[in-house]
Structures are given as C-alpha cells and as structure tokens.
Write a protein that binds this ligand. Structure first.
Ligand code: F6R
Length: 242
C-alpha cells in the first residue's frame, strides 16, 4: 500500500484526477470502479475539468459503481445513479450504456447481485477501483464484520452509516435501510485501487488502516493484502500518522 500526502481536499482531488487521467492514458478502454459520497465529489469536478480541457476522454471506457440504495428509484434525488449523472456522467463523453450501477429497484435483489457481478466479469474486471472510507472502516457498504470473501450482495445498513448519510436526506427515517454493494471479494479483484480520505473525521480510520491489523472488524484493512493500492489522504486525515 502506497500512501501519498496532500495538503488539503483540493490537492487530494487534483492528485486523484491526475491518477485517473494516467490510468485512461495507459488504457483508454479502462473499466473504472466508481464511488459516491462527499470525498470523491472533488475528483469528479477535476475529471470534468480535464475533459473540458481536452486532456482526457471516457469514450472507450466503462464504469461500474460500488453500490446503490435498495428500494430507490433511479432518478430519486438521493440515488447514486442521480449523483453520478450530476457529478460526472452528464458532463463527459462516456458512450451510452457504458455506465453501470446496481439496479436499486430490481424485483429480485439476489438475482440483481449475481447479474451485476457477471456484468463486471464480462467487461473484463475492474482496472481501477476508486474508494472512499467510512469512519468505521467500511468500503462500499461493507460494514465491519462482513466476510472478505463476499461478492456483490444486499446489505442492511447499520445505524452509524445511516446517520452518516442522513445529511443528504430530509430526516434519518428517510435513509433507506438496505443497499446493494460490491462485496469485498469483488473489490479485491480490481487490478488497482485508489482510496481517498479527507478531513479530521477520517483520521482514526486512516491511522488504523496504516498501522492496524488485517481484520474483518475493519473492512478496509483487507486492502493491505492487495498488491496495488494507493491511498491519497489530506493533512487532516493524516494527523494521527507519524
Ligand atoms: C460510496 C461508498 C461509501 C463511501 C464512504 C465515505 O459509494 O461506497 O463507502 O465511500 O461512506 O463516504 P464520504 O466520502 O461521504 O465520507
């Protein structure tokens, strides 16, 4: 695991934008694994900027998002589909049909999970997976205690994750109780992984990721077993690391 330090959120986002640009330069047909949330918004702005400057193109690339709320309409203001459209897909040149998220309205969620997993495999697997990290070490919606072997699956969200996500909803009660997420086994099959962290709230998680043991109680710790992981964190997120 490689750790790169950024001064602040802006610099972290710029560095991550360059990282993705290099990935697409090396392989324009890259399959990108994408995340949502506050941490990665700045990266998407960077990518939109780089695209508008003619510095990169997504026209041969494909994407698979980590997760989607279950029971949520595609165009709901809080769906991850809507987030991706607003922050990235709508502004760059991905070809129609090349962006994938789990279907949050699938009648049979278990079937949807295996369908999603098969689609990733058919696309040749994820070349670069972008990740944020939860304060409790979750990656995707894989909460502490999730098996490292798990593939795409339906999860019940913990209270702490619901609380963390409630800022986007009218009230805590409006946060969906379930989501479909790539599993840790799915994430670990990516050829490379870029994890981002910003702000003091993430400092304990980054310290534990860097210094702690590999345990299912702290899902992100599994990344220590992956041969190609880069972490870009800003000064606040790094404040507990010597
Ligand atoms: C998002 C996701 C989550 C977030 C994590 C951090 O698709 O899967 O694991 O990456 O919850 O969220 P933020 O960036 O909002 O702190």
């Amino acid at each position: 695991m490689r750790l790169l330090a950024a001064a602040d959120y802006q610099e972290m986002s710029r560095m991550a934008g360059e990282f993705l640009k290099d990935q697409l330069k090396t392989n324009s047909r890259s399959v990108l694994g994408l995340a949502t949330g506050g941490t990665v918004k700045g990266v998407y702005s960077e990518l939109v900027k780089l695209y508008s400057e003619g510095q990169l193109s997504f026209s041969h690339a494909a994407s698979f998002n980590l997760d989607e709320y279950y029971g949520m309409e595609k165009n709901d203001v809080n769906s991850y589909f809507r987030y991706m459209k607003e922050h990235l897909f709508h502004h760059v040149d991905f070809l129609p049909g090349s962006n994938h998220l789990p279907d949050g309205m699938a009648a049979d969620p278990i079937h949807e999970c295996s369908r999603y997993e098969e689609m990733i495999e058919k696309a040749g697997g994820v070349d670069l997976q972008l990740l944020g990290i939860g304060e409790n070490g979750h990656i995707g919606f894989n909460e502490p205690g999730t098996s490292f072997q798990e593939r795409t699956h339906l999860v019940t969200l913990t209270d702490s994750t619901k609380k963390a996500n409630a800022r986007y909803f009218k009230s805590l009660e409006d946060v969906p109780g379930q989501a479909i997420t790539m599993g840790i086994g799915t994430i670990m099959k990516s050829r490379s992984i870029l994890l981002l962290a910003s702000g003091a709230k993430k400092a304990e998680a980054i310290e534990r990721l860097w210094n702690g043991e590999v345990t299912e109680d702290f899902p992100a710790s599994v990344l220590k077993r992956h041969p190609n992981v880069t972490v870009i964190a800003d000064e606040e997120a790094l404040m507990l690391i010597d």
